[in-house]
Design a protein around this ligand. Structure first.
Ligand SMILES: *Cc1c(COP(=O)(O)O)cnc(C)c1O
Length: 384
């Protein structure tokens, strides 16, 4: 096999654009000097656009989970009652973090592969007025569902004072987010998914309503205390040494977003989803999510007539093409292809072509080219 060649199509980490790789190779600078504060000044307004907020977006060094933990420790106290709407493994992660802090957590479990229903949550929250916060996942990476988090926030705010806290790690930067307009109170995302950076940074913003709760919270921890990040970013700095190489990369990513146009970035992700879904349907591969719920960043398939793991092994060994398997109860049952970040419609045609060959090899009866043709058709219609 061609050496040093790989096709990384898992839902994060994702490939890194050459311009971003080059930016990250810049020599180190002092984190308290002008160069760093100028870089943060450039980054700030652009990150706000990705979040759809007028609030400053704080940057924490740590993988996505540290952002989820920050949201929890700042907003709720031990003993508080919260609701976690879990549509899969990542929703469940909120539950686990809450449990680690002795928070009284109730999990509203949604069937795997389905999106949450805002009306059901509204009824639940209305019946439980002591719920202080509602947590959910924007894109549930473990199933490939994009949850209607704006509708969720509206439903919750209509009947309750509870804050709405959203994990946007696996879609923000690939899917539009309107934090302020939708009424989201805390939004978290990470660097290694649609932001096309290595893991190690997360971004977090809080609404005015959330800031009131955070300020009144006497137990915010130390490293993840968000008021430190807020007070520092207001002065174009960070409370602790930032991951400067990642910030060099972030500055470049945000410039690339601006060059492409964020609306075009989002349209590209929708097109890649539609191409992928059309191809899988043409190949008679059962999609794990409905057309309405399917995320623009990751697509899951639940095969019935071949082994998902044998298929993954085949595309990895023949093409060095990596897709993800199932997690938790979905282990061995599904495979998930990531189409986000540094991924173009031509990459979709490429992975589909390789997958068709592997499908034949694992014994699935398909017509070669049928999936690629369906995707090409979607492209032609979308590009009209
Ligand atoms: C990847 C991911 C995370 C973050 O996981 P880390 O390994 O801590 O970066 C969190 N939530 C979702 C939905 C994710 O997809």
């Amino acid at each position: 096999m061609l050496t040093d060649y790989q096709l990384l199509r898992i839902p994060g980490p994702t490939p890194i654009p050459p311009s971003v790789e080059r930016a990250m190779m810049k020599p180190m600078i002092g984190h308290r000097g002008n160069e760093t504060s100028q870089m943060i000044q450039t980054i700030k307004p652009k990150l706000k656009k990705v979040f759809g907020t007028a609030q400053d977006v704080m940057m924490i060094t740590g993988s996505g989970t540290s952002g989820l933990e920050a949201a929890i420790v700042n907003v709720v106290h031990p003993g508080d009652k919260v609701l976690v709407v879990a549509t899969g493994v990542f929703g469940n992660r909120f539950t686990k973090i809450c449990e680690a802090y002795q928070i009284n957590v109730e999990e509203f479990a949604v069937e795997y592969g389905k999106a949450l229903d805002p009306e059901a949550i509204r009824a639940h929250v209305q019946a439980n007025p002591d719920i202080k916060a509602v947590f959910s996942t924007y894109c549930e990476t473990s199933t490939g569902v994009l949850n209607p988090v704006g509708e969720l926030a509206q439903a919750v705010h209509a009947v309750s004072e509870a804050l709405v806290i959203i994990d946007g790690v696996s879609c923000m930067g690939g899917v539009e987010t309107k934090m302020d307009e939708w009424g989201l109170d805390v939004v978290v995302t990470g660097s290694q998914k649609a932001f096309m950076l290595p893991a190690g940074l997360n971004f977090i913003a809080a609404s005015e309503r959330a800031w009131k709760v955070i300020e009144a919270n006497p137990q915010k921890g130390f490293y993840l205390n968000l008021t430190k990040y807020r007070d520092n970013i207001a002065k174009d700095t960070t409370p602790f040494t930032p991951a400067l190489s990642l910030l060099f990369g972030l500055e470049q990513v945000l410039e690339n977003f601006e060059k492409e146009g964020l609306e075009n970035v989002y349209a590209r992700h929708q097109l890649m989803r539609d191409m992928t879904r059309a191809a899988f349907k043409a190949l008679d591969l059962p999609l794990f999510t409905s057309d309405q719920d399917g995320s623009p960043t990751v697509t899951s398939v639940k095969p019935t007539d071949f082994d998902a793991e044998a298929f993954r092994k085949e595309i990895k060994s023949s093409f060095n093409l990596s897709v993800a398997g199932g997690q938790a109860e979905m282990k061995g049952q599904i495979f998930r292809v990531g189409h986000m970040g540094y991924c173009a419609p031509t990459d979709v045609l490429q992975y589909l072509g390789a997958m068709e060959i592997a499908l034949i090899k694992v014994g699935k009866n398909i017509k070669l080219g049928a999936g690629v043709a369906a995707a090409q058709q979607v492209y032609l219609e979308g590009a009209k």
